[in-house]
Ligand binder design. Structure first.
Ligand SMILES: Cc1cc2nc3c(=O)[nH]c(=O)nc-3n(C[C@H](O)[C@H](O)[C@H](O)COP(=O)(O)O)c2cc1C
Length: 412
């Protein structure tokens, strides 16, 4: 059972927070409540205290009689600073209802109340459940504040549609029912408990390189970066510290992941060399070019009427050189996009030639998976054998690839 910190801000839906506390405590969780000054206009702290048997904190300057503990825990001997102690001991922090005003403060790092100060100090899973009038919810500022919260890894629980508190109005902005809020909190806690990659530093490459012909033209490939981003996102969710090197990826990186952007194969090689020493596991999902243009023109080439010949020269084999220079404890996973034929044989050859620990084989002859699709199916090839991972969303494929890489690191 978990220690849930509940932040209540000033909105009509504050009455639903009371029901949330009743449900959460009946389910065996212990709860502490933090309220903003405006929230107290909608529901009194006594109501929560009656259900919880614990004081509600309404100001960052008041002393917490429970010294940051949750119901049932022994009191520490010293008097800690209330907002820091309660944030340190909680497992999860839910803000429900989250008013437009509080959302704006959370998105910009303001700390002018017990609720907002504890939010900054809390480093576990944070969930924010907006509830307000539709026009406030859809206003440009609230939309961008919520986007910012998502960007910094906060889970936003989308409001429902229906009748709103303001007379005669309906639309989007209703706080979800307390049972749904509790489900979301429990799901976030489950995810937090499966942080099996905590302490691991993972470097992922994503996308496809571009080799310049002239200032406006290039030779590229069809890789969208989706598989690399899925790997980065899953590794991050599972607790790893993640860096993703993106070669021409037009998609956002997952929250909390460090992103480095590159364009050509030379840039990618340089970024990999810089980043790899600080990482334990390399997942080389980007598609670098095998050849680059021998003589990139500094001016835009014009039609001459005759034939045009482009000379291509081989690029550096990034995977092989990183694998050759790795230090003890570093694991290297390469990817091979093969087109039909003896794909497994060729991928196995690549495994040996490049000195990688695993090759993820992606048969790109099936156009419904791979490159730009949200699904994939791969074969994991190691010296020990082959594992088929059947067609699934790329996030699931990412988990299976990471699982196998973790097994290799453990020596199995
Ligand atoms: C009757 C009434 C209902 C309100 N309901 C909401 C609401 O549902 N959502 C919201 O974001 N603001 C609502 N407000 C406005 C907030 O209470 C106001 O912005 C307040 O400053 C929020 O403070 P806080 O974020 O510190 O709790 C309401 C105001 C009044 C007077």
């Amino acid at each position: 059972m978990a220690k849930i910190l509940l932040g209540v801000s000033g909105g009509i839906a504050a009455y639903k927070a009371v029901e949330f506390v009743r449900l959460a405590t009946s389910a065996g969780h212990s709860v502490r409540v933090l309220m903003t000054a405006s929230a107290r206009k909608f529901v009194g702290p006594d109501t929560f205290e009656g259900i919880l048997g614990a004081p509600v904190l309404t100001s960052e300057f008041e002393k917490d009689p429970m010294r940051g503990t949750f119901p049932g825990e022994p009191l520490p001997e010293h008097e800690p600073i209330g907002h820091l102690a309660v944030a340190e001991s909680a497992d999860v922090y839910l803000i429900a209802p989250a008013s437009a005003n509080t959302i704006a403060k959370l998105a910009t790092g303001q700390a002018d109340s017990i609720l907002t100060t504890a939010f900054l100090a809390f480093d576990g899973p944070r969930l924010v459940a907006p509830a307000m009038n539709e026009r406030m919810y859809l206003s440009e500022t609230t939309v961008s504040n919520l986007a910012r919260l998502k960007e910094i890894g906060v889970e936003v629980i989308d409001p429902g549609e229906g009748r709103l508190a303001s007379k005669g109005e309906s639309g989007v902005g209703r706080l979800p029912e307390p049972a749904e809020l509790l489900e979301r909190v429990e799901a976030a806690l489950d995810e937090e408990r499966t942080r099996d990659l905590a302490g691991l530093r993972v470097l992922v490459t994503a996308g496809g390189t571009r080799e310049g012909i002239d200032p406006v033209r290039y030779i590229g490939n069809r890789s969208s970066g989706r598989m690399g981003l899925a790997l980065a996102g899953r590794a991050k969710k599972r607790g790893a510290e993640v860096t993703v090197i993106c070669a021409n990826v037009n998609l956002p990186a997952p929250a909390g992941v460090k992103r480095v952007d590159v364009e050509s194969t030379v840039d990618l090689a340089r970024a990999c060399r810089e980043q790899f020493p600080a990482h334990d596991l390399l997942l080389m999902a980007a598609a670098p070019a095998d050849f680059t243009v021998a003589d990139t023109s500094s001016e835009k080439l014009s039609r001459t009427g005759g034939e045009f010949t482009l000379t291509l020269v081989p690029t550096e084999d990034i995977l092989a050189s990183l694998a050759a220079n790795r230090i003890e404890g570093q694991t290297v996973v390469g990817f091979a996009a093969q087109h039909g034929g003896d794909a497994i044989g060729r991928a196995r050859h690549k495994l040996e030639k490049k000195g990688a620990d695993m090759i993820v084989l992606n048969d790109v002859s099936d156009k419904t998976i791979g490159f730009d699709s949200s699904e994939n199916a791969v074969t994991l090839i190691t010296t020990g054998g082959e594992t088929e991972v059947p067609r699934a969303p790329k996030t699931e494929i990412a988990d299976r690839i990471i699982d196998r890489a973790v097994e290799i690191r453990k020596g199995s």
